[in-house]
Design a protein around this ligand. Sequence first.
Ligand code: BGC
Length: 757
Amino acid sequence: MKKRILLLACLFPAFTATAQDAEIQSSIKNVEKKVDSVLSLMTLEEKVGQMVQYSGTWDLTGPATGDQNQYRKEQLKKGLVGSMLNVLSVDATREAQKLVMENSRIKIPLMFGYDVIHGYKTMFPVPLGETASWDLEAMEETARISALEAAADGVNWTFAPMIDISRDARWGRIMEGAGEDPYLTSRVAEAKVRGYQSDDLSNPASIAATAKHFAGYGFAEAGRDYNTVHVGENELHNTILPPFKAAAKAGVATFMNSFNDIDGTPSTGNKILQREILKGNWDWDGFIVSDWASIAEMRDHGFAEDLTHAAEIAVKAGSDMDMEGSAYETGLVELVEEGKVNEELINDAVRRILRVKFKLGLFEDPYRYSDPKAMAQIDQAAHREVARDVAKKSIVLLKNEKNILPLSASVKNIAVIGPLADDKNTPIGNWRAQGEANSAVSILEGVKNAVGKDVKVTYAKGADLGVGEKSFLKPLEINTTDKSGFKAAVDAAKKADLVILALGEDAFQSGEGRSQVKIGLAGVQMDLMKEIYKANKNVVLVLQNGRPLEISWASENIPAIVVAWQLGTESGNAIADVLFGKYNPSGKLPVSFPRAVGQEPLYYNQKMTGRPTNPTDVTYSAYTDEEKTALYPFGYGLSYTTFNYGDLKLSSKEMTQDGSIQVTVPVTNAGSTAGKEVVQLYLRDLVASTTRPVIELKGFELVELQPGETKEVTFEITNELLEFYNSEKKWTSEPGEFRVMVGGNSVDLKTETFRLN
Ligand code: BGC
């Protein structure tokens, strides 16, 4: 016992004698040793306790489990909880931490997790929108700021980034990821991990990140959330797993598994994914938290008989922490005592959890995220500046007939119309953390801020979009009948030189549980658009959306279309920056926009099929009632200037597996406005031992060009870029011919070929 107390004194200097400080400092270098020391002190109950995560009742993000606060407080005091989620503020987190530190036997600090998805208080664009900037530095910066704000409010762990590839606009959570491409999503994953965690997790301004949802969640059949996933090994390895591997390599502290089953196995109980691939092949040493009650939900999947059975399956499969599922606390101790679960599996999970806690510096100071002055010291104004900057970079210009944009000084009378025109809530998006409702700059406000006194701005809502209560868990009610505001809107349109028409989706139309079978403009918006267009042809359609929308009619008729996603706190100002030409748009779509919902899932990097084309009859892979291509493809986005691409120059037409070749392309700004272009590199492996996509993104670079200026952009093609998971279950490249393509989107491309020998 004496030995134990001595050891404790060494491990927890903040709460025991300071005499051992020096010793602690030297041993802190060896996290593994310390992890083992703590583990050796723990009872089985205490170990299982570390694997339990409870939600506070502050901000529920899943079905409530009833008010168990008193019971849970007792569990905290006994040291039988490893982490809390949704407990917010310095006071509340400190209070919960105190229950553990002042009452439990071993005093292992809690981690406080929260969904800091696109900002904490200062809101940045929803992830899908932000990815449209293709600006990795900006994405890292917004994660860094989110971490800073969250850490100042007691949170030391975010459940982000979500890096589920999704090709289905029906899936409401498409807004939460980086879109349809594995290469782009991998780069975003790395940037986000760097931003949240910095290069040192013990830096109190950084927080632990989570790569989620492992795996396949974005492939939910028919875009219906939580639905079954059918993917083969080829797709799993080549499309779904690469961003997760990139996050693991970047040192992400935790993973979250997913609600869905893949090929008959729920992810939470998937040993191959969690133990074999992630913890085995990738040699990753963090811990896996389940998704909300996903261990318990294996009962609903018909995969586990009861909570104890679910616990057994999950722990064997490598799920380390049980979020709000009560399965581990119900069954694990008994399972070990009965010999059904080897205690070494529990030890492995607890080691992983303790390791992250040590890295976060929580053992040195469990209250390091509890500084009541921290939030006040944050320069919110500086964060808002960053929010505006990244928001304007995220905007995608889809159409600009007769250069109606940027708005010229001769436009003296603007009507700002639409249900989202003065909506200060929608830009905050879903998964808004502590972003205040109705706190964004609306489009109307942004336009008014931008114009001088000589420009008249009239506003008419036209119609409501979402009505009734708007919140995370409540279904959104859409206005499908009330057109009483149409007349005033049409009158305003008639009197104006130009209409800025703000349509799209309410914040609570996308996000978790917000799958839709229709992805057009909901409610009465189509009717409103047609009426306005009848009254005034000079319409700039500004869309706010969390998913690709079906906008074929607008695309045919409306002269200018701007995709403004849900851009966060500074939304309206950023939109005005683009509309009035203060910022030349540079955003490019990270997802394909369909012609019709029936094309979903739609993505650019498809396979060829055996019947790609046959114009003479119907027996080829196409639709008889619509084109099979995207309306606006992946990588697409216009600028106020034009970029011309010259021919590709290859340093060699032959390459070996241990060599590389350079591909160079001259890009010229052929217009009269300075601008930024996202130069995109694509490859195609023409013949391989498995069928390969017709085109795949493999690099990109943002280039700023003055009018008339030409820059040469060079990409290096290495063997790594040519590798794929092949028919022998190996990541390798295969000799043969490759096509290399470079351009400003995934369709308009300059092409060359080379051979891999
Ligand atoms: C979501 C996760 C989220 C968790 C905690 C779940 O419903 O799927 O992405 O992190 O809740 O809020």
